[in-house]
Ligand binder design. Sequence first.
Ligand code: GLY
Ligand code: MN
Ligand code: MN
Length: 438
Amino acid sequence: MKISQERFKQRRISLMEQMAPESIAIIPSGQMITRNNDAEYPFRQNSDFYYLTGFNEPEAVLVLLPGRKEGETVMFCRDRDKLMEIWNGYRAGPEGAVRDYAIDEAHSIAEVDNILPQLLDGMLRIYYSIGQYDDLDQQIRHWLNLIRSKSRQGAVAPTELVMLDHPLHEMRLIKDEDEVALMRRAGEISALGHVQAMKLCKPGVMEYQLEAEILHYFAMNGCRQPAYSTIVGGGENACILHYIENSEPLQNGDLVLIDAGCELDNYAGDITRTFPVNGHFSDEQKAIYELVLKAQKACIELAKPGVLWHEVHDESVKILTEGLIELGLLTGSLDDEISAGGYRDFYMHRIGHWLGMDVHDVGDYKIDGEWRPLRPGMVMTVEPGIYIAADNEKVEPRWRGIGVRIEDDVLITESGCEVLTSAVPKEVAEIEQLMAAG
Ligand code: GLY
Ligand code: MN
Ligand code: MN
């Protein structure tokens, strides 16, 4: 399941169609990042660069020049190098970029300082996302100054810098068929990883052992990396929203919250499930869980074309606040608790986010100051939660330290939405049954 070169090419063409005449776009690859001394983090391509090329190497720059007769797409990349390839693996080289990636013209990255100023000369606009890579920002300044210094010889430096993010990220926000297929599979692998963890869980298992079980399942299914650091929080650790230590034993009588998703060919899954360590919800755990589940299902029901982004969030606030009042955790009226934000002691994040190549994916949430309507092809998470701090003395002790979040990934379709992550159960009875059988 790979995205075809034809698709990558089509994306470059669509982006170029949105560019003004006599303009140039510059899109850098990701970089290798040192972890410590000679050890590096696994390479992860820059999402914008990958979206437009499928090229998975560092030290590369894609240049788009709509209308250029000699070729509209130019790539700079590492040369082939026998010795380096023995140590670190295959490089496509400029010849491979042209042959295998449908690039019109490719050069060694060592030539970028010589050739890019020539490509910039005479262009009116540069499309470039400034502020991501300091080195390239400085190189571009240097190239512009070089052109300015040659103005008496007739060189003309561009007059406008346009942030590339907007047109490119609007494209990334609406997923094409190939992306939908990958995200369905990423959702399924992520979900089945959670199922494995549910089956393994029992009192005394370490948080990191559930993480290991999930990552093992991801890797065995072609996803060597998760899309983000896995969260496994037992008991009150579930109330720390970005808890990634995952270092404690799971206790009988506690819940455990797992937020984990795989990355498949650079596309993310993002799922949270919360379940009882011993396989049975207590009354208090069940009450909170059922409330979060009710909010989550209502929000999924609401997610369809035309609904505004914030309406989905507002629905979660309404249902969770109503429920917290019913349970006696909030004591004001519904309107007061919503307008004064009383619910924020228990629900301090938003309903979700766009999902795609980045787990918190690109794309604006507002257009001209207004929350945007959902459209077919968007993928978002729906992830309400309730987190009752262990030191919250305003609530009865029996509630304290309970943290629950339930998160699924949904694709907006013509008529509503499709849940991409339904292969892991979320009903109380289903979870208890699965754990009993595990
Ligand atoms: N896993 C990150 C998030 O849910 O937003
Ligand atoms: Mn999420
Ligand atoms: Mn998540």
